[in-house]
Design a protein around this ligand. Structure first.
Ligand code: ADP
Ligand code: MG
Length: 292
């Protein structure tokens, strides 16, 4: 494309809320044939809310919420924040937490009232030899509704679990359809449980799901697709996915996301409208076609 075409294309993009950082990106975007979306905060609003709390016999859901929220008060994770918010709304008073540790993509651990409390996914609890079998059947039902389920352990015993829902963004489904219409393969990458991820993916029309991916491995998923000959785009909010944004041929940052995302991406979306991903590709196509 001529410098003029690139200037025009970049200008049109900016007007539509698509900030394209370089002419090179504008020229490359139309070649993308595989787009990966991060789930939390990208495909979804990133504001999970607690929908259910369950306790094992001998405990009340309120006790479980109290333990989980006391621990998560020290967490910066959106799931942790949602649990604390729910406890506050329910008038549950929190205990102090000591020795808080976050396990990226897994959960958190600390001492509440002198006892070790752990909140996280099945993998984390399994790693610490906490048996969650008694909770697996009810967890499955929630997960099939697209909810994220985190287990709560006290000492070495599972005491309950919390389900959270994070709704897909408006127009997520149309955004996926538009990409498919351009002949692009669409995938979902997440650290969340596979069944939860599949439920959310099917809501928005995505059939390719890569779940239970630790944050440091999200970029590997992108590289793997590249090895298979795909020209890739990764759409993310920068929480956990900045390396994947950088690894993709075209990294697309949600403008509402972190500065890290905008830094790591080649394109920043100034509105949280996922339809802009396909628009960026169409713009690239037009820029190269019309004025060459
Ligand atoms: P995503 O890829 O969807 O952004 P993360 O990689 O941040 O998700 O987390 C993956 C999973 O790890 C979560 O779905 C949850 O099960 C667990 N997890 C991570 N941090 C926490 C936390 N603070 N409290 C409870 N669970 C957590
Ligand atoms: Mg995210």
């Amino acid at each position: 494309a001529t410098p003029t075409a690139v200037m025009v294309g970049t200008g049109l993009g900016a007007e539509a809320g698509i900030l394209i950082k370089s002419g090179e990106t504008l020229e490359k975007a139309h070649k993308v044939n595989a787009v990966f979306f991060d789930k939390t905060g990208t495909l979804t609003l990133g504001h999970p809310v607690v929908t259910d709390v369950k306790a094992v016999p001998g405990m009340s859901p309120r006790d479980v919420l109290q333990l989980a929220a006391s621990l998560e008060a020290a967490s910066e994770h959106p799931l942790g924040r949602a649990i604390v918010e729910h406890a506050r709304a329910e008038g549950v008073s929190l205990d102090a937490v000591q020795g808080f540790e976050a396990f990226s993509g897994l959960g958190a651990r600390g001492r509440v009232g002198g006892v070790v409390v752990m909140v996280g996914n099945g993998r984390l609890l399994h790693e610490w030899n906490v048996d969650v079998q008694a909770l697996e059947t009810p967890a499955k039902a929630w997960v099939q509704e697209g909810k994220t389920v985190v287990y709560v352990a006290r000492g070495t015993a599972a005491v309950g679990m919390v389900a959270l829902r994070d709704n897909p963004r408006a127009h997520a489904r149309e955004a996926v359809e538009a990409l498919k219409g351009l002949g692009v393969r669409v995938g979902l990458i997440t650290g969340d449980n596979a069944a939860t991820a599949r439920a959310v993916a099917s809501l928005v029309g995505i059939d390719h799901v890569v779940a239970e991916v630790l944050p440091e491995h999200k970029a590997d998923v992108v590289r793997e697709a590249q090895r298979h000959g795909h020209v890739t785009a990764m759409v993310g909010d920068g929480i956990n996915d900045a390396p994947a944004l950088a690894a993709a041929d075209v990294g697309v940052a949600m403008g509402s996301g972190t500065d890290v995302a905008v830094e790591a991406g080649d394109i920043a979306l100034m509105r949280p409208d996922l339809r802009l991903v396909a628009e960026a590709m169409v713009l690239s196509r037009l820029t190269l076609k019309t004025i060459r």
